[in-house]
Write a protein of this length. Structure first.
Length: 154
């Protein structure tokens, strides 16, 4: 059994979950910003995340799937559940968050649309849902690591 793969899966899943929690808290705090300030902040952060997150998300899913394959014992199921939850988070990202981010990227920060706060609140509501999936994936992977049993060598 490649236990190192399971360790890497836990670390990557924890990193993604931590980024999600941090982003959610940041966006919650940003509810105090004006329309112009919020739009500018969201555009700047998204310009970085649109380059970083696909590799991080997809790499984490791949490593979780590899850990599921490599793990033995009840840890295998937990890594599998973590992989499914991370896939759900990726799907939510692609179906809801990315389209909203693309919409906000097109806004003139000096004159956001009248419904900007509704868009912000919708983004944050879905972000917390995917954060729940990502954080639960991390918990499953972390517990899974404690349950992995070694394959006997002959």
């Amino acid at each position: 059994m490649k236990k190192w793969m399971c360790v890497v899966a836990v670390v990557l899943t924890g990193l993604v979950a931590g980024l999600m929690v941090g982003t959610g808290l940041d966006q919650y705090a940003n509810e105090q910003l004006s329309a112009t300030a919020w739009t500018t902040e969201h555009q700047v952060v998204d310009s970085l995340f649109r380059h970083v997150m696909p590799t991080l998300f997809n790499g984490t899913v791949v490593v979780l799937l590899l850990a599921t394959w490599a793990a033995r014992g009840s840890g295998r199921w937990l890594f599998g559940i973590a992989a499914v939850l991370m896939i759900i988070a990726v799907v939510m990202t692609l179906r809801v968050e990315v389209p909203i981010n693309r919409e906000v990227a097109q806004w003139n920060a000096a004159a956001p649309p009248a419904d900007w706060a509704d868009v912000r609140d919708n983004w944050l509501a879905f972000h917390w849902m995917r954060t729940a999936a990502g954080f639960t994936a991390f918990l499953c992977a972390a517990v899974g690591l404690t349950k992995v049993r070694a394959v006997p060598r002959y």
